[in-house]
Design a protein around this ligand. Structure first.
Ligand SMILES: Nc1ncnc2c1ncn2[C@@H]1O[C@H](COP(=O)(O)OP(=O)(O)O)[C@@H](O)[C@H]1O
Ligand SMILES: [Mg+2]
Length: 258
């Protein structure tokens, strides 16, 4: 089972977009995919057709409820949806911090540290899925850190703009700490996202980024991508003229996710 987190402490950079496209792509290849939405805004859940009143993710993480109580099928017409299961989010994700404080001593006994909870819970279901894809909220909080401790790979969508690139430093520091302490196998790749390559400044920023980091082929700012989410139709189902579709073929190939 390969675990992939999509993360960036900045919002609006395309995290949920990459999650949705990746979950659908892998399921369409025939893999059994578990999508986990850790963002209280629940955008991934609603794009996969699931809207719930109250998520039990915090209770599942601390071990109070079984995985069957948080996992659901996704809803839509596509055959490949049979291969997808979702752990859906809701506004109640915000209870996580509170519950972690209240159950601190139990967590310490079972997991040692709260950062290891996601890893423990995913270990319990490792035979049920080929891939786990985790969408995370736009902050360097417990959700993202737990996910990084559990993951093989973090994909970091980033816009080719100064503030986005400055913000990466904080995330890379966290990545290094987790790699050195809890999870030596963790790898990362940066996905340039919503790029406008006609702008010279964006091309320059990308060039600089790729000198210091592992950078994948870019995803441009495209109407296709907005339509994909609005229609709840993954971009690989678009016709062959779609620029979004060909960009994602290159992206998944470059990551060996095919
Ligand atoms: N490549 C793209 N081209 C055009 N619009 C995009 C692209 N990627 C994402 N978007 C749009 O930008 C907004 C933010 O993307 P989203 O994936 O929700 O970001 P995040 O999860 O990081 O907050 C959404 O409205 C999404 O539909
Ligand atoms: Mg999001």
């Amino acid at each position: 089972m390969k675990i992939i987190t999509i993360g960036n402490n900045k919002g609006g950079v395309g995290k949920t977009m990459q999650c949705y496209q990746l979950v659908c792509h892998l399921a369409n290849l025939g893999h059994r995919v578990l999508a986990i939405d850790l963002d209280s805004q629940a955008n991934l859940s609603s794009t996969l057709g699931v809207n719930i009143q109250r998520t039990l993710i915090p209770e599942w993480l601390i071990g109070d409820v079984k995985v069957d109580e948080v996992i659901s099928e996704v809803s839509g017409d596509y055959d490949f949806y049979e291969n997808v299961r979702l752990i859906a989010s809701s506004r109640h994700m915000a209870n996580l911090a509170k519950l972690l404080i209240l159950s601190e001593s139990e967590v310490r006994k079972s997991a040692g540290r709260k950062e290891r909870l996601m890893k423990m819970r995913l270990k319990e279901i490792e035979n049920q899925f080929d891939y786990v894809v985790i969408d995370t909220p736009p902050m360097l909080g417990d959700e993202l850190i737990m996910s990084l401790v559990a993951s093989d790979l973090i994909l970091i969508p980033t816009q080719a703009q100064d503030y986005s690139i400055d913000g990466l430093e904080e995330l890379m520091d966290t990545f290094e700490i987790i790699k050195e302490t809890e999870n030596p196998k963790l790898e990362f790749n940066i996905i340039p996202s919503m790029v406008n390559p006609r702008r010279k400044i964006e091309r320059q920023r990308l060039e600089e980024l790729s000198q210091s980091f592992n950078v994948t082929p870019m995803i441009r700012n495209l109407v296709d991508m907005q339509e994909s989410v609005a229609m709840k139709k993954p971009v690989f189902m678009f016709n062959n003229n779609s620029k979004g579709k060909s960009a994602y073929v290159k992206l998944w190939d470059s990551l060996g996710l095919n």
